[in-house]
Design a protein around this ligand. Structure first.
Ligand SMILES: Nc1nc2c(c(=O)[nH]1)N[C@H]1C(S)=C(S)[C@@H](COP(=O)(O)O)O[C@H]1N2
Ligand SMILES: [Mo]
Length: 285
């Protein structure tokens, strides 16, 4: 059993974060206040991770970790709402005519192209290679040049939905279908899922079925121009049927595995499946 005072400390941090965040809307610099609240939540999350390491995934700890994730999402959503304006240098604006048939529940359409990631983008992107490994008959590796020259390369238009609430419609992605690569490595029969790994120690889990769906690409261009590093260049995954955190930027490896292994955000309480139409934001949704 955890020392009860430990968990009480974590809960006190959570309450403190809430108090800070509540003051944000009337503050002179709301984003800075939300940053402070976020720092406190990060500390709470680290502590609850420590408790889980020590005591295992007790129900109350798992519940609490979810609560912390939900608050972080709220803070991120509030920050992004302010930044989702048309972005300079965009080749063309996305569609912003509201159509409930294309806008999943509780999403709003952005005229911009927000940049969202944890950690820093890679500094050195040349040369870039992609490895497909794990439960495969032959592990394979491609250079970016190989992929670009591949006859299976294609362009597909799709909508992008971030869990923090913005959706960007009509993105033209150019890349290679993940399905084409999976066919070549001959995945073994027990390979039911993939972990897609990207810089820096980021990952997301998907079923093989999900990455074989139409429009799922490892992309190097967006709306006809090469992807900027900020948006995941030189190579990123795009999974239009899932919330954006599954669309791993700076992909280095697709690893086939024999069960559903949580990725970076899934470890931190996000939903394993992440279907925006069913609002699968956090585990338990
Ligand atoms: N490597 C990496 N990929 C990532 C992320 C990240 O933090 N690291 N964030 C994800 C999230 S939450 C979203 S919404 C999209 C955002 O892509 P964009 O910055 O091109 O809009 O990238 C996804 N891919
Ligand atoms: Mo996201």
């Amino acid at each position: 059993m955890a020392d009860p005072t430990d968990f009480d400390d974590v809960r006190a941090l959570f309450v403190r974060a809430d108090e800070i965040a509540k003051a944000a809307p009337s503050a002179r610099d709301p984003a800075a206040v939300r940053d402070r609240a976020r720092d406190v939540l990060v500390r709470a999350r680290d502590l609850v991770d420590d408790l889980r390491d020590r005591d295992g995934d007790r129900d109350d700890l798992v519940e609490f970790a979810l609560l912390v994730s939900r608050r972080m999402l709220d803070l991120d959503g509030a920050d992004l709402a302010a930044t989702t304006v048309p972005t300079e240098g965009m080749r063309r604006a996305p569609t912003t005519v509201d159509d409930p048939g294309r806008r999943p529940p509780n999403q709003h359409l952005t005229p911009g192209f927000p940049v969202l990631h944890v950690g820093s983008p890679p500094r050195d992107v040349d040369p870039w290679t992609l490895t497909v490994a794990g439960r495969v008959t032959t592990r394979m590796r491609w250079s970016l040049a190989d992929l670009r020259a591949d006859p299976a390369a294609t362009t597909a238009t799709s909508d992008f939905h971030c869990v923090t609430g913005w959706s960007r419609l009509d993105n033209d992605w150019t890349g290679i279908p993940v399905a084409a690569l999976l066919d070549r490595v001959e995945s073994r029969p027990e390979a039911t899922h993939v972990l897609v790994n990207g810089h820096p120690a980021y990952s997301a889990n998907l079923s093989v079925e999900a990455v074989r769906a139409s429009g799922v690409l490892l992309a190097w261009a967006h709306d006809g121009v090469d992807l900027s590093v900020a948006h995941g260049g030189p190579l990123r995954l795009v999974v239009p049927q899932r919330y954006g955190w599954k669309s791993v930027k700076w992909v280095t490896e697709v690893r086939l595995v024999d069960r559903d292994v949580p990725g970076y955000w899934e470890e931190r309480g996000y939903h394993m499946h992440a279907d925006p139409w069913r609002e699968q934001r956090l585990r338990g949704d």
